[in-house]
Design a protein around this ligand. Sequence first.
Ligand code: GBH
Length: 480
Amino acid sequence: CKEATCATNQTFPNYFKFGVATASYQVEGAWNEDGKGENIWDHLCHTNPDFVDDRSNGDIACDSYHKYKDDVAMLKDLGVDFYRFSLSWSRLIPLGLAGSPVNQAGIDYYKNLIQELVNNNIEPLVTIFHWDLPETLQEYGGFPNPESEEHFAYYARVVFENFGDSVKYWLTFNEPLQTCHEGYGIGFTAPGYKSSGLAEYKCTHTLIKAHARAYHVYDEEFRTQQQGYVGIAPDTYWYEPASGSVSDQEAAERALQFTYGWFANPIFNGNYPSVMIERIDERSKLQGFASSRLPKFTDEEVEYIKGTHDFLAINAYSTLYVQAKEEEVDTAVISYDSDLNVDTFFDDSWEESASSWLRVVPWGMRKLLNWLSKTYNHPEIFITENGVSDTGGLNDDRRINYYREYLSNVLEAILDDGVNVTRYTAWSLMDNFEWARGYTEKYGLYSVNFDDPGRPRTSKASASYYSSVISSKCLVDNCE
Ligand code: GBH
């Protein structure tokens, strides 16, 4: 495979980097070891086990806290250029609060992991927050509480200070849309609040300010010495207009602005997308609110937030068709969905995965990359997550097809459309705790036996496929 001759239109540029991703709560386990504090996923799983389909939790997960050397050996076998993993806030700062004690054992764990990566020539790409908020901070209200900006800034400083010598690529937040919309809006993820159109807007407001704060902390205190790069990883579907009608096209653009643009527009251009501001202001007024449910950034905040990115990151898995919807007459309905007001659906012919929200639509990736490039003025783009679920098994041909087809669309975006994509990250290195779906949906290139206390890992067919893509930089068809 390594010698495979590859057509130019099948070959990734030399500078292109491949990686895989995981997240702390999904893989680490050791939920109460060595001084780690409780986080909102520990709390939710322990107090409300029915929240998770198979009543499982991340107490042990893949046991990466003890088996990180095995993980790095897998990364080495894959031949990845980088490993994207996240830090557990409550492992590092058990209470999460600004000024509260730092847990040295937590620092040591990540230092060891990073050292092991560096020894094996694998670059760390670190997510500072991937959903596992310290429970104490949730008791203070979580991200809807404006104080959380201060707590996050403290956390980010601890992290840059301790790991910034070796870590040059940082993501402040993974999928802020899910933290706020699913966490505080519709309650699909921890902490499970249902305050759509209200607390969820307060959540994003503070989260965006917290991102900007962390970026400035890096700029002012660490950048000169550490010379790294900081971004954020929002997620979105590609939203394809269901017809050529102007109203469907507007609806699709509105959906992109209400998901990706909600975060990227403030960070790239200084404020929420105007379509969000206008619609939510107007609907709030009709509903009798004295001021908009979407909080306002002051002029100083706009300036402070604008430009707090060194690259653009995107987590993308799938596509939805979008249709314009009659404007709601019932002004009593307060929700993000009614503020957005579109109908979305999958095409029946699109291949299913094990996740109800994910259908296989490779061409959506190319369209999305083009939209991002055009909308945000041709930035450097990192794909920080992309992948597909099944229900298990080592002969995961459908995962191989998914990666081949999606990567082929990434390549077309680069070679034919001139989009500046420089990194691709497969989700995930190994099967892990899939949040509310527990261990029922598998995304790994490696399988993990969760019935065995040793949590042995076994490579799937997709692992050898991906490693041959990496070593050849080519979309090889068959690799034995
Ligand atoms: C990513 O979220 C996450 O970053 C990662 O941690 C996760 O493991 C991976 O994807 C695979 O899911 O309809 O109740 O099933 C992707 C964004 C989050 C959007 C879950 C859809 C559906 C919840 N998705 N959400 S549900």
